[in-house]
Design a protein around this ligand. Structure first.
Ligand code: GLN
Length: 489
């Protein structure tokens, strides 16, 4: 049961082979047993979760064709406001915050009849690539507990990889769904900007943030995206488009598919074990009838520097709301109001968050705005144009998701720039607002004596989710990388 796909779980529930309560209990028991080691969950509440499962069993939603996911447990990254649950965003600042409302994504999964298993650990305010910035301590990679799970959705990735949850939500501002999915051997999808509502998803960099599914397969991701996507008038950047079935193209054969390979993604910087797995995956795609063509993304080399101006700028503005006044952490002792603000923020935020707030405040300040922020916005446009040009020659773009397999704790945390380079292949996709996903495509051995998963990145044109899911699904029909599970769990 723990390895079953969402479709299989749905069928088992519909046939009454298992109830939502039994299925949920199975995962809650695994969480009790394995979470003390992995630290993937920061909040669980057995009573609340089982009450939800019981209500679902009684609701008539299980087995109904309009709610295929009903009765299946799901865990949320702790960035999604969840009514009655602590929603900490991985920070001391919100460690005591119990959300009074549901994010749209949470609301939609509830309406779909999915059962909330708990809240997942993450880098503080989604800033990080290794989960080492969480106030609640790092998440361990289930493939090797001496290695990071990636970030910032590291709790989501570790939970699904260790089969503590059948699926999870994540968010991706610069790679935070795709990179942890790659490092933990999962399938993760960041939709086109505006496809999934950001309402109730705690804001990091609003023009880049996008929620998406993390699961064991492309087919699972398609079903989850069906439930979570859609226009939301409460998010001003949500796109008003007709609803689509993201699973509609899954089975289409790939003959004639044109895969663009950006030469900038295949140069120096990629580890040889990652390179070998990605090359083997491309060979498999050629066997499936695809052709490959070299494309150019000449400005992609500027994506990391542009991102580290734009994202901190937006973060410095978004995080100004955490001032200790109405909710969140307040320093126990202070003098006047200004002193309360500064002490609460000094004590409530961690080092990486403070670094970003300082950078963001600097690049937005008078006299520097044109030199940094405006310049970065121009680069962003050039990067988007590069992709638009490339998609004239191909249907999807492929390359590595991350330059290396999961690295060891402490390996990059002392050097922010090294850490930032973990997202060298993913950030351009967010800057351009495009959809991107990562699927498992093999194993590497550079950082561990265990086999560690490698991710293949698939990038589609705007609103190309159904195509990308098709491309991923056909690969998963022909290979079994996505079914592998860490040993000893
Ligand atoms: N690792 C990147 C950062 O630290 C991206 C994080 C994300 O996508 N949330 O900003």
């Amino acid at each position: 049961m723990i390895n079953a796909t969402l479709k299989e779980l749905s069928a088992a529930l519909a046939a009454k082979k298992v109830s939502a309560v039994e299925l949920t209990t199975l995962f809650l028991d695994r969480i009790d047993r394995l979470n003390p080691v992995l630290n993937a969950f920061v909040s669980t509440d057995r009573d609340k979760t089982l009450a939800m499962a019981r209500a679902t069993d009684a609701s008539g939603k299980v087995g109904a064709s309009t709610t295929p996911l009903a009765g299946i447990p799901l865990a949320h990254k702790d960035i999604f406001c969840t009514e009655g649950w602590r929603t900490s965003c991985g920070s001391k600042m919100l460690a005591n915050f119990v959300s009074p409302y549901d994010a749209t994504v949470v609301e939609k999964f509830k309406a779909a009849g999915m059962v909330t298993l708990g809240k997942l650990n993450m880098d503080e305010f989604a800033m990080g690539s290794s989960n080492e910035t969480s106030f609640f301590g790092p998440v361990k990679n289930p493939w090797d507990t001496g290695c990071v799970p990636g970030g910032s959705s590291g709790g989501s990735a570790a939970a699904v990889a260790a089969r503590l949850a059948p699926a999870a939500t994540g968010t991706d501002t610069g790679g935070s769904i795709r990179q942890p999915a790659a490092l933990c051997g999962l399938t993760g999808l960041k939709p086109t900007y505006g496809v999934v509502s950001r309402y109730g998803m705690i804001a990091f960099a609003s023009s880049l943030d996008q929620g998406g599914p993390m699961a064991k397969s492309a087919e699972d991701c398609a079903l989850l995206l069906n439930a979570m996507a859609g226009f939301d008038e409460r998010d001003s950047t949500s796109l008003e488009r007709p609803a689509e079935d993201y699973a509609r193209n899954l089975e289409q054969p790939l003959a004639g598919l044109r895969i663009g390979l950006p030469k900038e993604f295949f140069g120096e910087g990629m580890d040889t074990d990652v390179r070998a797995a990605v090359d083997a995956a491309l060979a498999e795609y050629r066997k499936l009838g695809a052709t490959t063509v070299e494309v150019a993304l000449p400005n992609s080399g500027l994506s990391v520097p542009a991102y580290y101006v734009i994202a901190p700028a937006e973060a410095s503005s978004n995080l100004s709301r955490f001032d200790g006044v109405r909710y969140g952490y307040r320093a126990p002792e202070y003098g006047d109001l200004n002193d309360m603000y500064s002490k609460s923020r000094a004590q409530g935020f961690g080092e990486e968050v403070k670094r970003r707030i300082l950078i963001g405040t600097y690049v937005l300040s008078h006299g520097y705005y044109d030199a940094y922020y405006l310049q970065a916005q121009k680069i962003r446009r050039l990067i988007a144009n590069d992709f638009a040009e490339a998609f004239k020659q191909c249907d999807v773009i492929m390359g590595p998701t991350a330059p290396s397999v999961a690295f060891r704790f402490g390996e990059k945390s002392a050097d922010p720039v090294q850490m930032y380079l973990s997202d060298i292949y993913t950030i351009a996709v967010n800057l351009a607002g495009l959809p991107g996903m990562s699927i498992p495509c093999g194993f590497g051995a550079a950082h561990s004596s265990n086999p560690m998963p490698v991710g293949l990145q698939i990038v589609g044109p705007w609103f190309g989710e159904a195509k990308m899911l098709n491309v991923a699904h056909r690969f998963q029909l022909a290979t079994d990388w996505h079914t592998r599970m860490p040993a000893g769990l």
